[in-house]
Design a protein around this ligand. Structure first.
Ligand code: DC
Length: 209
């Protein structure tokens, strides 16, 4: 089991996907779960401030909704961060993630609380980060590439708000696990970042009996 945590647009998703391909493991982007919950609340005409509505949606979430391209939009990221602060929403999504994490011979999950709450026993944990400006540049390129018309300044503001909300919430805040290795990708392209991640995983494995 490999846990890959970190803030929005740090590169954790790409690193997780590439590690999964290297080791032949399935990969779960746990952010998609929260994104799908947020988008369904909005689609049902609900309010993101309504914890009960979000909890109802989380308890009946259809995994097929993770495939909807809508969950990758800017609005979905914002909605996800809001509903992710509700403890009953997190509880409703916990078993699915723990079952995924327990698969043999292994699995990769990326998120915010994978190494701390979902799979604290994971033998390999990374916390991937980069400066807010570099992350905003990456996210801006991704969203404009998908055809969304957004300004860099708005994306940077989103990232700062999201960092604060995700690390400031009381349930499962985004924090680096004591046994995770910090990987700062600010100065790295994806090939270098992946190479560094692979080495961290191999070192973690070599140090375990
Ligand atoms: O990784 P992402 O940007 O797709 O995540 C969207 C939001 O979902 C993020 O701002 C906070 C929440 N999230 C979470 O609380 N815990 C996770 N394991 C993954 C995401």
């Amino acid at each position: 089991m490999i846990a890959v945590d970190g803030p929005a647009a740090s590169g954790k998703g790409t690193i997780a996907t590439k590690l999964a391909a290297l080791y032949g493991y399935p990969v779960l982007d746990s952010g998609l779960l929260y994104r799908a919950v947020g988008m369904r609340v909005l689609a049902e005409g609900g309010d993101l401030g309504d914890a009960e509505h979000a909890t109802r949606v989380a308890r009946t979430l259809d995994p097929a909704s993770l495939e909807n391209p809508e969950v990758r939009t800017r609005a979905a990221g914002e909605a996800a961060s809001r509903v992710a602060a509700y403890t009953p929403v997190r509880e409703a999504l916990r078993d699915f993630q723990r079952t995924f994490a327990a698969q043999e011979p292994g699995a990769v999950i990326d998120g915010r609380d994978i190494g701390t709450v979902i799979a604290p026993q994971a033998p390999a944990k990374l916390f991937v980060t980069a400066t807010p400006e570099v992350r905003a540049t990456r996210r801006w390129k991704q969203l404009t590439g998908q055809g969304e018309a957004v300004s860099f300044e708005d994306i940077l503001a989103d990232i700062r708000i999201r960092d604060e909300r995700d690390s400031g919430r009381s349930d499962s805040p985004m924090v680096i696990a004591p046994d995770a290795v910090l990987l700062d990708t600010t100065q790295m392209d994806i090939d270098r970042a992946f190479d560094a991640a692979r080495r961290i995983v191999e070192a973690a494995r070599a140090s375990r009996p």
